[in-house]
Design a protein around this ligand. Sequence first.
Ligand code: SF4
Ligand code: SF4
Length: 149
Amino acid sequence: MERRYIQCDRDKCTGCLICEFACSASKEGSFDLERSRIHVIQPTPSMIAVAVCQFCRNSPCIKACPRDALSRDEATHTLKLEKARCAGCGWCIEVCPFGAITLDESTKSVIMCDLCLDHPQPRCIEVCPQKALRLYVSKRKQSREPTGG
Ligand code: SF4
Ligand code: SF4
């Protein structure tokens, strides 16, 4: 099964947050970092990374959802959220090993990366001034589950 997800080159990323601003502007029409699908994290002063959905082969978020609001879109290899089903309980957020799911406080449903399938390529990749982001494609067989990157 193919997986595609956004990877960050930690040696190039400067933590400028332009990817987050571009994501929220593209998806939500406003510069609202809390509604970005990608988040820059800095666990230690010398380490920087991005938290973004890795579209795990055996997605724990899908299993954890008590309302069957999440599913895998086999055609696009992304996750689908049925907004009307989402209760905003946050169980999917709790189990995501990548911290990649965000609760949108304004709608009380969750948001996550969809790889900007409506664009030629993900907006964050397009705008990163350091060219730190790329779309990684994995075609490995289903050998380790659950897993991400
Ligand atoms: S835009 Fe690029 S350099 Fe800036 S925080 Fe995002 S990944 Fe890092
Ligand atoms: S927040 Fe929504 S998608 Fe996540 S587990 Fe709860 S009902 Fe399911």
